[in-house]
Ligand binder design. Structure first.
Ligand code: FAD
Length: 406
């Protein structure tokens, strides 16, 4: 009998956290987590690794050690869904049945959208904090650079952790300034977007740091090609009339944030919306067309900022509503779109951007949120990783919960 009460697709932050939360509520549930990777990563610390403020080996654990007790790990890749038959298809040909399904395979890094990058990632001064293997390379490049041109890129939204592209820049700039070499380095931030940060309240404190580091901001500028050996990055720049021109820029260091997309097997399935993400009601996180399916994390269509901080809140919403659906009760848990982005503006200070749907500010603490604080750096480096491993992944909501159950 391979039918589970609940099947969870993806054992990332969302999959492990929601499983732990469900089992704390009801330990008798038969839950399977389908996850192909035998390593689990705490990705939010990769920014710190790139800035020389965190050890990369502290960001990874064996999946076997973080699967919640009482859940079954199916080490396999999901290849498709048959929601009308309550079946998940695996790449190895097996099918798994469920009563309720939770879809959380994250977001895909779409490197193929940048011509030439795959051949040069990890060499020729080309790096990315978005990869476990390369975050340490960001730090070594930062330490090595004594002059020349450093480019930091941001692709079109949505991406996970919308602030991460600029966080990389701030931490490198801070190091260069402390070393006294920043004056010899031309720093440029090329963003495919039109603003520095999507929530206007946080732009002024960030602009202070942009000025402090003499960084040049270039908007509507999208990285499309990298020639590693010649160290040239090609951008498509859109003017106000919408005309696109290509511009080549030489670099000595290039930090790339990859374009991102819904995983193909989800995009090509009946669960997807037009943009490829799992189509949910953003308030309940229930699928809009299949009542026994829920989705959370980077793979769901809810228009929150895609972060582990959002996942922390979404876990409670999904756990409560899924059990309500199972029992035939009304839904009470309502998601307000909370997400958070701790912007590491210097080594030792963070602007903690916390906001919900529509950019509504949702500060956890009664302090002006638009101020860089030492306390929040300590949160980012010490408290948040601990809350992640010991709270969120273990379903200990007394540690992590402050949710909006209305
Ligand atoms: P993930 O944690 O990525 O997990 C998805 C899982 O699904 C993976 O384990 C994957 O192997 C699995 N999977 C994929 N395909 C399949 C398949 N076909 N079948 C089965 N399983 C599959 N968040 C913050 O809150 N604060 C931050 O400061 C922050 N900074 C970040 C900095 C960087 C550089 C990066 C990369 C991310 C950052 N994030 C931050 C974002 C955060 O890591 C993600 O939002 C979070 O991990 C989302 O959880 P998830 O479970 O949806 O996806």
């Amino acid at each position: 009998d391979n039918a589970f009460d609940i099947v969870v697709v993806g054992g990332g932050s969302a999959g492990l956290g929601v499983t732990a939360s469900l089992l704390r509520r009801r330990s008798s549930l038969r839950i399977a987590i389908i996850e192909p990777n035998d390593k689990h990563y705490y990705q939010p610390a990769w920014t710190l690794v790139g800035g020389g403020a965190y050890a990369v080996d502290q960001t990874v654990r064996n999946t076997a050690d973080v699967i919640p007790h009482g859940a079954e790990w199916i080490k396999a890749e999901v290849s498709g869904f048959s929601p009308n038959d309550n079946l998940v298809h695996l790449a190895d040909g097996r099918t798994i049945g469920y009563q309720q399904l939770i879809v959380c395979p994250g977001i895909r890094l779409a490197w193929e959208k940048i011509e030439g990058i795959q051949e040069t990632l990890g060499k020729n001064g080309v790096t990315s904090n978005y990869l476990f293997d390369l975050a340490p390379y960001t730090w070594s490049l930062t330490q090595q650079l004594k002059g020349g041109k450093a480019l930091f890129t941001q692709p079109p939204m949505p991406i996970k952790c919308a602030g991460a592209p600029q966080k990389a820049m701030y931490l490198s700039c801070d190091y260069w300034q402390r070393q006294g070499v920043l004056d010899k380095i031309e720093v440029e931030f090329d963003s495919a977007g039109a603003v520095l940060f999507g929530v206007a309240d946080f732009v002024p404190p960030l602009m202070e740091y942009v000025r402090k580091y003499h960084a040049n901001l270039v908007f509507n500028s999208n990285l499309v090609k990298v020639n590693g050996p010649e160290k040239i990055a090609t951008f498509e720049i859109k003017n106000e009339a919408g005309e696109v021109t290509r511009v080549d820029k030489p670099f000595d260091m290039l930090h790339v944030t990859p374009p991102q997309a819904a995983p193909d097997f989800l995009r090509d399935s009946p669960l997807a919306d037009a943009s490829g993400y799992c189509e949910v009601n953003p308030k309940t996180l229930q699928h809009t067309r299949f009542a026994n399916i829920f989705s959370l994390g980077d793979a769901c269509s809810s228009p929150n900022t895609k972060t582990a901080a959002a996942v922390r809140k979404q876990i409670v919403i999904v756990a409560e509503n899924l059990l309500a659906a199972k029992d035939g009760r009304e839904f009470h848990a309502v998601y307000d779109g909370y997400g958070a982005c701790p912007l590491t503006v210097e080594n030792g200070k963070v602007v903690l951007a916390e906001f919900g749907f529509g950019g509504k500010l949702l500060p956890t603490f009664p302090l002006n949120p638009a101020v860089a604080r030492k306390l929040y750096w300590w949160f980012k480096v010490k408290l948040f990783p601990w809350l992640y491993w010991e709270g969120m992944l273990k379903g200990r909501e007394w540690l992590t919960r402050s949710t909006e159950t209305k």
